[in-house]
Write a protein that binds this ligand. Structure first.
Ligand SMILES: [Zn+2]
Length: 389
C-alpha cells in the first residue's frame, strides 16, 4: 500500500510495541500529511497515527531529544523515537504536544483547567498510558532476562538455592502447568532459595523467587500454586519492569530500551525497595484467578495462604514478610475469590510431589557467581531471545 504523501522525506528508526506483553520491535517512522506512519510493525499496511490523537510522555520543545508517543486510536500501543530531528519536526503537525500548549492550557480559568484535566485523565485512562509502564513494555526480552538474572543473583547473594531433584521436578511440573494456563506463551522460571523468611517475588524476564520459609509454611500445593499464580500475575502485568523504570527514571529506562547498560548498577537494591500499589496487587490477583482457573486449581489456596500471612503479621508484627506485606487486605481478596464462578478443580500437586517440594531444601547448591555485567546488545544487532507474540 502506498503511504500518504510525506510532509518530511526523512524516515526515523523507532521502537514500537502493540501493548503489554506484546514485546517490541524495530520500525521505521515517517511524518506524513495524515499522521505518523509506522512501517514494519507486522501489520499488513503501514500504521498511521493521526496527529490529533497523539499523546506524549514528555511535552515537546526545541530541546527535545526523543519522543515517547501513544495514541487514543490504538490503546496500549507505544512508539519510542529516539531522534531529536523527529521530535522537533513533530512540533509543527502536532502543536498540542508542546510545552507551550500545556502552559496555555494551565493559564485558562480554573474551570477550563479542571475540565481539561478531567479530559486528560479520561484520555490517559482510555489509552492506559503510563510512561513508566510504556517504557517497561518496550524493553527487549533479552534486556528483561538479563535484568531478571541480575536481580535474582543479587537478591540471593550468599544464600544457597534448593535443588533436591524430586522437589525440582515437582516444582517444574507445577510451574509448567501454571505457565501454560497464563495463555500468554510466557514460560516462568522459579527458584527456591534457602532463606527462612517467608517471601515471594517476581523479577523481570519471567523469574520468580520463593523462599524456603514460604515453601515450609505452606500447607498444601494449592497454597504454593496460589502464590506462584499471583507472582506470575505481577510478571505478566510487567510490574517488576515498571517498578524498575520508575526507580531508575524514565530517561535511564528509555536507555535500557535502546540497549544501554546504564542504570543497571543497583538493580538488586531496587527490588528490595519496591512495593506495588494496591491497584497492581489487585491486577496480579485477577491474573492469578484466571491462571488458577485455567490450570483447574482451586483459588482457595491463594486465599488461605494470604489469610495466614495476615494472621502472622498481626501476631508477629509482620517482620520478615517483605514483599508479601503490600498485598491486598484479606477481606477484599476473599470477596473477589468468593465472587468468582465455581469450577472443577484438582489438587495442584499430587501427594508425592507435594512431599518432594516441601523437602526441596534437603539438597542445596551454594550461590552461583553473579552473571557477568556485559553491556546489553544494541538494538541494531539481532536480539536472539526476543519474541513477538
Ligand atoms: Zn503481589
Amino acid at each position: 500500500m502506498a503511504l500518504p504523501s510525506p510532509v518530511d522525506d526523512r524516515f526515523f528508526v523507532a521502537r514500537f510495541s502493540r501493548g503489554p506483553g506484546a514485546g517490541s520491535l524495530d520500525v521505521r517512522v515517517r511524518l506524513t500529511e495524515r499522521g505518523v506512519a509506522i512501517e514494519g510493525s507486522d501489520a499488513d499496511a503501514p500504521l498511521i497515527w493521526p496527529y490529533g490523537a497523539l499523546a506524549i510522555a514528555e511535552p515537546l520543545s526545541a530541546q527535545s531529544i526523543d519522543a515517547l508517543l501513544s495514541t487514543s486510536d490504538q490503546p496500549g500501543a507505544a512508539l519510542f523515537v529516539p531522534d531529536k530531528t523527529f521530535a522537533r519536526a513533530l512540533i509543527a503537525p502536532a502543536p498540542q504536544l508542546t510545552i507551550a500548549a500545556r502552559r496555555l492550557r494551565s493559564a485558562r480559568p480554573w474551570f477550563w483547567a479542571v475540565g481539561l484535566a478531567g479530559a486528560a485523565v479520561v484520555a490517559v485512562w482510555l489509552s492506559g498510558f503510563s510512561p513508566a509502564r510504556t517504557i517497561a513494555q518496550m524493553l527487549p526480552d533479552t534486556a528483561r532476562a538479563m535484568i531478571g538474572d541480575q536481580m535474582v543473583a543479587s537478591m540471593t547473594k550468599g544464600r544457597a538455592t534448593c535443588v533436591a531433584p524430586a522437589g525440582l521436578a515437582a516444582l517444574d511440573r507445577l510451574t509448567a502447568k501454571l505457565s501454560a494456563a497464563t495463555g500468554t506463551g510466557q514460560r516462568f522460571k522459579v527458584v527456591v532459595v534457602d532463606w527462612d523468611v517467608m517471601n515471594a517475588f517476581a523479577t523481570p524476564g519471567e523469574r520468580i523467587v520463593l523462599t524456603r520459609g514460604l515453601v515450609e509454611e505452606a500447607r498444601t500445593g494449592d497454597e504454593v500454586a496460589g502464590v506462584l499464580a499471583h507472582e506470575m500475575g505481577h510478571g505478566i502485568a510487567l510490574h517488576p519492569e515498571t517498578g524498575i523504570v520508575r526507580g531508575i527514571g524514565l530517561a535511564a529506562g528509555a536507555e535500557l530500551v535502546l540497549g544501554g547498560a546504564g542504570g543497571l548498577a543497583n538493580i538488586g537494591l531496587l527490588l528490595t525497595q519496591m512495593s506495588y500499589s494496591r491497584e497492581a496487587e489487585r491486577e496480579a490477583d485477577q491474573y492469578a484467578l484466571s491462571i488458577l482457573r485455567g490450570a483447574q486449581i482451586s483459588a482457595e489456596g491463594l486465599l488461605r495462604f494470604f489469610d495466614r500471612v495476615a494472621e502472622m503479621e498481626e501476631t508477629e508484627g509482620g517482620s520478615g514478610m517483605g514483599v508479601l506485606r503490600s498485598h491486598p487486605q484479606t477481606e477484599e481478596r476473599r470477596a473477589v475469590v468468593a465472587a468468582t464462578e465455581r469450577y472443577a478443580a484438582t489438587p495442584a500437586l499430587e501427594a508425592a510431589d507435594w512431599v518432594a517440594l516441601q523437602s526441596i531444601c534437603t539438597v542445596k547448591e551454594s550461590a552461583a557467581p553473579a552473571p557477568s555485567q556485559q553491556p546489553l546488545p544494541r538494538p541494531s544487532q539481532p536480539l536472539p531471545g526476543e519474541t513477538d507474540t
